[in-house]
Design a protein around this ligand. Structure first.
Ligand code: 5GP
Ligand code: ZN
Length: 115
């Protein structure tokens, strides 16, 4: 757990979140400011600052993330209609929370390329 990390607090149950799925390695919950009808964040329980800290040693976490993405997509219905998975990294990637997270966005036709 990292000090002053809002997502670590959510993992610990110290901050509220609308959880939709969890497994041994990850937690998935609704984004507080949804940018699409479905906007869920998948995060590892372990504090990793960004995708740059995810290496080959973290293969079990990666498996957990992938399993969560599929389950969330199926349970929210976007597996049928299509969706996007994105992780922002650093300043130019518009990362604002420095605990690794994957956005699952869907429920409407998304624009491409991103602005
Ligand atoms: P980033 O810009 O870092 O890729 O995305 C961070 C996301 O976390 C944003 O979409 C933001 O709305 C969401 N977020 C920030 N703080 C909280 C929080 O306390 N609870 C929840 N559920 N989402 C949060
Ligand atoms: Zn954290």
């Amino acid at each position: 757990m990292a000090a002053d990390c809002i997502f670590c607090r959510i993992v610990q149950g110290e901050s509220p979140a609308r959880r939709v799925y969890e497994n041994a390695h990850v937690v998935a919950f609704h984004d507080i400011a949804p940018q699409a009808p479905v906007h869920v964040l998948v995060i590892p329980r372990r504090h990793l600052a960004s995708v740059l800290e995810l290496g080959e040693e973290e293969v079990e976490i990666l498996k957990g993330i992938q399993g969560a993405i599929r389950r969330v997509a199926e349970e929210t219905g976007v597996a049928r209609t299509g969706f996007r998975v994105v992780t922002n990294c650093g300043r130019d990637g518009h990362q604002t929370v420095f605990h690794l997270h994957y956005h699952i966005l869907g429920g409407r036709r998304l624009g491409w390329p991103p602005g």
